[in-house]
Write a protein that binds this ligand. Structure first.
Ligand code: 13P
Ligand code: SF4
Length: 318
């Protein structure tokens, strides 16, 4: 086995072995934009939650290795019950998904039986199974607009995305009280100082950010939408208010632009925002998962079937 040139970097053999295992097992790797650059480089497809769900749905591979977090791999399994779906680290969760435990969510929707239940894809399969329709940050406005105007709506679990959709659509939404621990860590005070230092910069923000951040933003959208905006907008400098992993693809797509991660509250960590769950995946864990066919996503079939109905309603809207 060839040795590593720099400590911490995967060896060439490991990368070659992953490609070999992919061929042998007829596997594909799907990766979210928040994954580390080495994992993004290994992936057959990199995208936002909606594009990844669509890629999983199109896939004919026997094995889907999902380099993302648990709810994303579960989504791939909901759409592909016959295929093996692997997640390199089963502990890679999501604070939003965790904010809506199924029993509490059931009590909430039971208390509002006249409401249509719209759930953000960042939730468990059990919560999806209790929902009428799923949305992502790409299509949340479209999904809410698709619901007849006379129907009341529950929106869960992200209250900030929900409040944003409420502002854009003018619909009143009953919001579940969940947040993304990464996006609420972005500091509005530090951000204002940074905007003062870069008066020509455009602020782009993910809708999981709190309203005071979104109020300052020139563009609000999903990770894919933020990436597209950086490519097409004539500005030279962008302050990016979302998880810092997206900066890798942005730098590849727009190498001549200056990209500054929005600052986080914490002073002792890195200046940007990183999702600790997304960062649990490593190239070594990708290799091990492909080699052993584990950890695998396993779902109760009754839950999966009901979750698929809500998910397919969203997929039909695009
Ligand atoms: P996107 O669907 O915009 O990629 O968002 C996923 C996510 O988890 C944001 O925190
Ligand atoms: Fe969940 Fe936030 Fe991490 Fe996205 S960034 S996976 S919403 S904890």
């Amino acid at each position: 086995m060839r040795s590593q040139v720099f400590p911490g970097e995967p060896s060439f053999d490991l990368l070659e072995d992953i490609q070999r295992l992919k061929r042998e097992k007829n596997a594909i790797i799907l990766a979210h934009y928040y994954q580390t650059p080495d994992i993004q480089a290994l992936a057959d497809f990199v995208g936002d939650s909606l594009a990844l769900a669509q890629a999983a749905d199109r896939s004919t591979a026997d094995v889907i290795l999902f380099a993302g977090v648990h709810f994303m791999a579960e989504t791939a399994k909901i759409l592909n019950p016959k295929r093996t779906v692997l997640l390199p680290d089963l502990e890679a969760g999501c604070s939003l998904a965790d904010s809506a435990p199924p029993e509490k969510f059931k009590a909430f929707i039971d208390a509002h039986p006249d409401h249509v239940v719209v759930s953000y894809i960042n939730c468990s399969a059990e919560v999806k199974a209790m929902s009428d329709i799923i949305c992502t940050s790409s299509n949340a406005v479209r999904v809410v607009n698709s619901i007849p105007a006379d129907r009341k709506i529950i929106f869960a679990p992200d209250k900030h995305l929900g409040a944003y959709v409420q502002r854009v659509t003018g619909r009143e939404l009953l919001l579940w009280d969940g947040v993304c621990e990464v996006h609420v860590e972005i500091s509005i005070d530090k951000l204002k100082l940074l905007l003062g230092k870069h008066p020509d910069a455009k602020l782009i923000a993910h809708p999981e950010c709190p309203p005071e951040i979104l109020a300052e933003a020139d563009h609000v959208g999903s990770t894919s939408s933020l990436l597209e905006f950086v490519q097409r907008d004539p500005a030279r400098t962008f302050i990016v208010a979302t998880e810092a992993g997206i900066l890798h693809k942005m730098r590849e797509a727009a190498p001549h632009k200056e990209l500054i991660p929005a600052p986080a509250h914490a002073i002792n960590t890195c200046a940007c925002s990183e999702c600790p769950y997304m960062k649990m995946n490593t190239v070594e864990k990708v290799y091990s998962a492909l080699l052993h066919g584990s950890p695998e996503i396993v779902l109760d079939e009754h839950v999966r079937e009901r979750a698929e109905i809500a998910l397919r309603r969203m997929m039909q809207l695009g």
